[in-house]
Write a protein that binds this ligand. Structure first.
Ligand code: FES
Length: 314
């Protein structure tokens, strides 16, 4: 297994663990040597490498001006692929963590006004954006949906902003009225959305008439593996045959069978697991490849097969 390349920060230790919603904990991370941490901007994430070698990416959700600590929040995934479960089970004050330097693929661009749209744990990259917008005196609104009020993280911090924050717990208020919220392209307005696939699709659809470059999204969750069917994978180089059951990713099936495969995000957006397809037709479900170009590679962490058997260059 190869872990994604990253600049390692000074040794990092957990200084505090705080429950912030049902199934969500926030960790305060500090440098063991007491020096300043590397700077970062809103939208940045860090890679956390667990003792198993698994790497998970978490948005920094504290104050970018605070160089003495970072904050990340971890939702216990159901089912967990091992990353969030390990953190929920083992992350305690004083525990060291391997954390990369911050990287930013979701930069907050200057705008005259912001509309933030968050779903669930997708609130995390938006919190520092709100902090920055506040400091800069730029008007903003937040629409924040979640399963229920109790599963909606950081509400204590957000209610101070009054009616600029619209909390939409699905069990009592339904879904965010995205079409209404974004029906009129706002001059100088930038939209930032982070949440599940369906929410991002709805935001992009609602903003199809907006100026290019005004809508910025970050996807957290891979396309669901539910409702999928099983298929076979043959590894051309190692000769290993693997059955990929429904609901199981190609990557997990390969690792389970002892096949060496590179990966990092395991969510279809980093490109680490790109694998050449020797035979068969992949069902692309990633956010990395240009699918219109009929790539001869696939992201094995999320993509599946359109035929009964795939042959991969592994
Ligand atoms: S591991 Fe990141 S795209 Fe597959």
């Amino acid at each position: 297994m190869t872990i994604s390349p990253s600049i390692t920060t000074p040794a990092i230790t957990i200084a505090a663990r705080t429950p912030v919603a049902t199934g969500v904990i926030a960790l305060t991370l500090v440098p063991a040597d007491g020096q300043d941490l590397p700077p970062w901007r809103p939208g940045a994430h860090v890679d956390v490498t667990l003792p198993s070698g698994l790497t998970r990416q978490y948005s920094l959700c504290g104050d970018p001006a605070d160089r003495s600590s970072w904050r990340i929040a971890i939702l216990l995934a159901q089912p967990s692929r091992g990353g969030s479960a390990w953190i929920h089970d083992h992350a305690r004050e004083g525990v060291p963590l391997t954390v990369s330097a911050p990287r930013n693929l979701f930069t907050l661009e200057a705008a005259e006004r912001y509309v933030f749209v968050a779903g669930g744990i997708g609130i995390t990259p938006l919190l520092p954006m709100i902090t920055e917008a506040e400091r800069a005196g730029v008007p903003w609104t937040l629409w924040y949906g979640g399963r229920s009020r109790s599963s909606t993280a950081f509400t204590d911090e957000l209610i101070q902003f009054g009616d600029r924050v619209h909390l939409v717990p699905r069990d009592t208020a339904g879904r965010i009225p995205i079409t209404e919220v974004l029906d009129t392209p706002g001059a100088g307005t930038a939209v930032y959305c982070c949440g599940p696939e369906s929410m991002i699709d709805a935001v992009q659809d609602a903003c199809r008439d907006w100026e290019p470059g005004t809508v910025h999204v970050e996807r957290f969750t891979p396309e669901a593996q539910e409702g999928t069917t099983a298929f076979d994978v043959h590894c051309a180089r190692s000769g290993v045959d693997v059955r990929v059951e429904e609901g199981v990713s190609v990557l997990d099936a390969l690792l389970e069978a002892g096949v060496e495969a590179d990966y990092s995000c395991a969510q279809g957006f980093c490109g680490t697991c790109e694998t050449r397809v020797v035979e068969g037709v992949p069902d692309h479900r990633d956010d990395y490849l240009d699918h219109s170009a009929a790539p001869d590679t696939m992201m094995i962490c999320v993509s599946r097969s359109r035929c009964a058997r795939l042959v991969l260059d592994l």
